[in-house]
Design a binder for this molecule. Structure first.
Ligand code: HEC
Length: 329
C-alpha cells in the first residue's frame, strides 16, 4: 500500500512566507529611487559623499572615489535596513501587507523622523535643526513616495506564499485610517512648531557686543531699554569682518531688563530675543535674512509669523555690511 502524495500538508509545515526577497528588493528599489532624487537635488558627487560624511564628518564632501563608493554602500545599507524593519514587522502586523498604500506612506514619514531626529543627530554631522520648511517638506515627500511606498508595495507582492498567516489580521480599516490621520496631524503639528527656528544654545556662541539703553534716555529707543547682547554662530562670526554672511549664519539680539543695586548695573529678566537667520534663496525679499522675534522666555511662538519686512526696512540701512548693524570687536 502506498501513501498518497496529495495528503494536505500539516499547518506547521506550510511553506514559510518569504522574507529575504522582499527585504532585498524593497531596499534596492527604495535605495535606487532615493539616491536618484538626491543626485537631482544635490548633484552626483555631493549625494554619495554627503552620506559618507555621516560617518567620516563633513570633510568627506571633499573626498575621492573611495569616499563616494563608501557613501553609496552606506546608503543602500540604510535603505535595506529600513525595508527589513517593515518586512519583519509585517509578519506579525498583517495590515502592513493588506493596506500597503496607507501604511507605506506613513512608514516613509516615520523613516524620515527617525533619520532626522535620531540618526542625523548621532551622525558625525551632529545636526539638530533648525529645519528649513521647504527642505523638510521635500524630505518627507521623498521618504513617503520613494522609500515607504516602494518597500510596502514590494513586500505585499513578494512576501505572501499562500501559506497560512498568523498574527494580527482583519484590522478595521476605518479605525486604521483614523489612527493614521491622528498620527499625521500630531506629526504635522509637531513639525509646524519645529519650523520656528529658536536657537536655544546661543548664549554659548561668539559674543559680538553688549549695549545698555538707559530708561528715559531717548524716547525712540524706549522699546530697547535694558541691556542687550548680540551673539553670532560660527558661520556668522566668519561673515562679520567682510559683511558677506554665508547661508546658515545666525545672529541673536537678546534684550534683558536691568537692575541697579549698590552702584552696580546687572541684567535680570529676559524681555525678548530677536533672531536673524541667513538663507539667501528662501528670504530674497529681506536681504536673504529670516527675522524672528520671541517674547520673554518663549521659544515656540515667532511673533513675526515669518514676515520680517518691518525689521528689514530698518536693517537694510546696514546694506554695506550685509544688513547687520553690529561689528565684531
Ligand atoms: C529702527 C531700526 C531697527 C528695526 C526696526 C529693527 N532693528 Fe534690529 N537692530 C537695529 C540696530 C541699530 C541694531 C544694532 C544694535 C547694536 O549694535 O547694539 C540691531 C541689531 C539686531 C540684531 C543683531 C545683528 C545686528 O544687526 O547687529 C538682530 C538679530 C536684530 N537686530 C533683529 C531684528 C528683528 C528680528 C527685528 C524686527 C522684529 C529688528 N531687528 C528690527 C535696528 C533695528
Amino acid at each position: 500500500m502506498t501513501v498518497s502524495s496529495n495528503i494536505p500538508l500539516a499547518p506547521h509545515s506550510a511553506p514559510r512566507s518569504r522574507l529575504f526577497l522582499p527585504i532585498l528588493a524593497g531596499g534596492a528599489a527604495a535605495g535606487t529611487f532615493d539616491i536618484t532624487s538626491a543626485f537631482i537635488t544635490f548633484g552626483w558627487g555631493a549625494a554619495c559623499r554627503g552620506v559618507a560624511g555621516g560617518l567620516l564628518g563633513p570633510a568627506a564632501l571633499r573626498g575621492g572615489i573611495g569616499t563616494w563608493l563608501l557613501g553609496l554602500f552606506l546608503h543602500f545599507t540604510i535603505a535595506t535596513t529600513i525595508a527589513a524593519v517593515y518586512c519583519i514587522t509585517s509578519r506579525r502586523l498583517i495590515f502592513l501587507r493588506e493596506h500597503f498604500f496607507v501604511c507605506g506612506l506613513f512608514y516613509g514619514m516615520a523613516a524620515w523622523l527617525v533619520m532626522n531626529l535620531i540618526v542625523l543627530p548621532l551622525s558625525a554631522y551632529h545636526v539638530r535643526g533648525p529645519y528649513q520648511l521647504h527642505a523638510m517638506i521635500q524630505g518627507i515627500e521623498v521618504h513617503m513616495f520613494l522609500i515607504g511606498l516602494p518597500i510596502s508595495y514590494i513586500n505585499s507582492k513578494l512576501s505572501s506564499s499562500g501559506g497560512p498567516v498568523r498574527g494580527l489580521t482583519g484590522v478595521n480599516t476605518k479605525r486604521m485610517t483614523g489612527i493614521a490621520c491622528v498620527l499625521f496631524l500630531a506629526v504635522s503639528a509637531g513639525y509646524a512648531a519645529e519650523t520656528v527656528q529658536y536657537p536655544d544654545d546661543f548664549p554659548r556662541w561668539v559674543h559680538v557686543s553688549t549695549g545698555v539703553v538707559l530708561a528715559g534716555a531717548d524716547s525712540r529707543l524706549m522699546r530697547e531699554e535694558g541691556m542687550h547682547h548680540i551673539f553670532a554662530n560660527a558661520k556668522a562670526a566668519e561673515g562679520y569682518p567682510t559683511g558677506n554672511f554665508p547661508d546658515g549664519s545666525i545672529i541673536v539680539y537678546e534684550l534683558r531688563e536691568i537692575e541697579q543695586k549698590d552702584g552696580v548695573i546687572r541684567e535680570s529678566q529676559r524681555k525678548r530675543v530677536d533672531v536673524m537667520i541667513k538663507d539667501s534663496a528662501q528670504y530674497k525679499d529681506t536681504g536673504g535674512w529670516r527675522f524672528e522675534r520671541f517674547w520673554g522666555n518663549d521659544q515656540t511662538q515667532d511673533a513675526l509669523h515669518g514676515s520680517g519686512t518691518t525689521c528689514f526696512a530698518c536693517h537694510s540701512k546696514a546694506n554695506t555690511h550685509g544688513s547687520v548693524f553690529s561689528q565684531l570687536r
